[in-house]
Design a protein around this ligand. Structure first.
Ligand SMILES: Nc1ncnc2c1ncn2[C@@H]1O[C@H](COP(=O)(O)OP(=O)(O)OP(=O)(O)O)[C@@H](O)[C@H]1O
Ligand SMILES: [Mg+2]
Length: 283
């Protein structure tokens, strides 16, 4: 387990110089800027210590997967990355989360402002039940004070196009968000997150409630979206992590066991726990 965001191993390792991080694999070099980084991040529910000094880099224009057995702290860690964890009564976090080099836990950092830059999509599609498809997409902008109808219309159309939903909903924008299928609702929720123009979207098992076709559509969408938004995805689906992510972090009992390029983690893990997990021998 490493602490300062830099270690070097024989494969899948990374090193950091002035915030510019190179992930070194075999042959092809993966190089990108760190957009989000946790440093010695701990989280508790009451006295239950569920995230233990996790230091991890997330790179711009990548899909980063977080894997690990049920209860190992994946969702808790994810919620610490945009200050949602502290909203739960009795929950607290300690440590640093740097977004574009600035600690989101600084006393001057407003949680609501943090979430405009670091959005979230949940496991179960959760369109606001009383709202139409259109309102679901633009509600965050409205709450942020955007009033001009043409601006809201343009952004709604652009975001619904981005998630591949526009053609399916353009003639029924005033229908309830809940009238859509599960897969469509999840794309609507991604459109809602995109409307705020976040730099990062955190996704907690976004396809686990969906059928294989809707899952494939979301996976394609994430690979497309990473050109403009950095994605951090928690998934129990090893094939999904292997298919769409660039880096993978493996958590076990709240500890970061291993982090590296997805190709390395899945073909040549350094830790026996990682190997046992990805080959389905526990968790
Ligand atoms: N609201 C809560 N109150 C108290 N304890 C909680 C709460 N949510 C989670 N926990 C506990 O914190 C630990 C980590 O939970 P977390 O939800 O982060 O795990 P996870 O890795 O996301 O699991 P899963 O894969 O099942 O979603 C677990 O022991 C869990 O019981
Ligand atoms: Mg979870």
């Amino acid at each position: 387990m490493e602490h300062n965001g830099s270690y070097s191993g024989h494969n899948g390792s990374y090193s950091s110089h002035n915030g510019h991080v190179s992930l070194v694999g075999h042959g092809d070099n993966f190089e990108s800027q760190t957009i989000l980084e946790s440093k010695d991040l701990d989280a508790w529910f009451g006295s239950h210590h569920v995230v233990k000094s996790v230091s991890l880099h997330f790179f711009s224009r990548t899909v980063s997967a977080i894997i690990g057995p049920s209860g190992c702290g994946k969702s808790t860690f994810l919620r610490c990355l945009n200050r949602m964890h502290e909203e739960i009564p009795g929950a607290r976090a300690k440590g640093v989360v740097n977004f574009q080099g600035k600690n989101i836990y600084d006393m001057f950092s407003e949680p609501a402002n943090v979430r405009r830059h670091i959005g979230m999509v949940f496991q179960k599609p959760n369109p606001f039940p009383a709202m139409s498809i259109f309102e679901n997409v633009i509600i965050g902008l409205k709450l942020a004070g955007v009033k001009k109808g043409y601006v809201l219309n343009d952004i709604a159309e652009a975001c619904l196009k981005q998630v591949g939903l526009w053609d399916e909903v353009k003639d029924k924008l005033s229908a309830p968000g809940l009238s859509l299928s599960g897969g469509q609702q999840q794309r609507l929720c991604i459109a809602r997150a995109l409307a705020m123009a976040p730099e990062v979207i955190l996704m907690d098992e976004p396809t686990s409630a969906l059928d294989p076709i809707s899952t494939a559509r979301i996976e394609e969408l994430l690979v497309e979206l990473k050109k403009t938004v950095s994605i951090v995805i928690v998934t129990h689906n090893m094939q999904q992590a292997a298919r769409i992510s660039d880096t993978t972090a493996f958590l076990l009992s709240g500890d970061l066991v291993e982090f590296g390029r997805t190709g390395e983690i899945f073909t040549n893990p350094r830790k026996s726990e990682t190997e046992r997990y990805i080959t389905g021998r526990f968790g």
